[in-house]
Design a protein around this ligand. Structure first.
Ligand SMILES: [Zn+2]
Length: 320
């Protein structure tokens, strides 16, 4: 059973907002576009895994996507965790195309794509690190010791995997081999170490202790928020800014009319600037001149708020 779904990563939504709002002349723009391309491909790769995981018995296997947990001072992140009564498997998903060569002596991975060589961190060391961290996490939270296996899954079936050591094929595999990998882990770990209740308890704690990553994207890309484009985008042709008139948004480019075009602008504000906004800030950002109109637009969105009418602060929905 999927205990924790894989939502669109916050980082991807933030990059999309940034690209909508960053002027063409800003040096960070190209970097943000290429970063978004990479992240989207990674996310697609992770989604490919779901097809294979759907063959697992829902009762026996608890699946968690994108967990981020704290161990002492540091967070660790697990792409996918499969938890059973007998063992747990940490799955690290990699979206590499071309040919990948493992160099275990240097804990490095070389990727060759279109005659270009690029070095990456060895994903096996990464997965081993998560294995150690998860073991420690279980111990710290008072749970019994559990065998923890790991696998690095290469999401693209056409990627060629090379290594001087044959044993690597036990840990690094294409997505279609995942189920047979899980079966072999099952065979080597036949003993039930947790009962139903304990598995449920661990699941609950994992969900409770998961801390979503909130990146400050402007800081990461070294962009001043004053350089961002303001206004409401046209949902049809993306032109900026739409004009608010008599309760509706009007596009001067394609003449489209919308009543909800400000929703995305508000999300962009939350993603890029801060997770709360006042009516005044909303008016500046969306170019709405009337205070009453701005307050009405904000109140009608049903988002959480605090304070009295004129001084009200509206908050980003925590689940968005
Ligand atoms: Zn338009």
């Amino acid at each position: 059973m999927i205990e924790k779904e894989r939502g669109i990563p916050d980082y991807i939504s933030k990059l999309e907002a940034l690209i909508r709002r960053i002027p063409d002349t800003e040096p960070g723009r190209e970097k943000a576009i290429s970063e978004l391309r990479k992240r989207r491909a990674g996310y697609k790769g992770e989604q490919k895994l779901d097809y294979y995981l759907s063959f697992l018995d829902e009762k026996e296997y608890k699946i968690f996507h994108g967990l981020r947990l704290l161990n002492g001072k540091y967070y660790f992140q697990i792409d996918t965790l499969v938890l059973t009564k007998k063992y747990a498997i940490i799955i690290e998903v990699k979206n590499w195309n071309g040919t990948i060569i493992f160099e275990p002596d240097f804990h490095q991975l070389i990727r060759i794509l279109n005659d270009k060589e690029e070095a990456f961190h060895d994903p096996l060391s990464q997965a081993e690190h998560q294995q150690r961290q998860f073991k420690k996490w279980l111990r710290t939270n008072g749970y019994p010791d559990l065998p923890i296996e790991y696998a690095v899954v290469i999401s693209s079936p056409s990627t060629i995997i090379k290594s001087p050591y044959k044993q690597i094929s036990d840990k690094v595999l294409h997505a279609h081999r995942l189920i047979s990998k899980i079966s072999s882990v099952e065979k080597t770990n036949p003993v039930e170490r947790l009962n139903e209740k304990e598995v449920k308890k661990i699941s609950k704690t994992l969900l409770k202790k998961h801390v979503p990553h909130k990146a400050d994207i402007l800081k990461l890309f070294n962009i001043n928020h004053q350089t961002l484009l303001t206004g409401v985008h046209c949902p049809k042709c993306s032109a900026l800014p739409m004009i608010f008139h008599w309760g509706k948004w009007h596009c001067s480019s394609c003449k489209a009319i919308s009543t909800t075009a400000h929703h995305q602008a508000l999300q962009d504000y939350f993603h890029l600037i801060k997770p709360r906004i006042t009516s005044k800030e909303f008016r500046e950002f969306t170019h709405v001149s009337s205070l009453n109109a701005a307050t009405r637009l904000l109140s009608n969105m049903g988002i959480p708020f605090e304070g009295e009418r004129s001084k009200r602060i509206y908050h980003k929905n925590p689940e968005l």
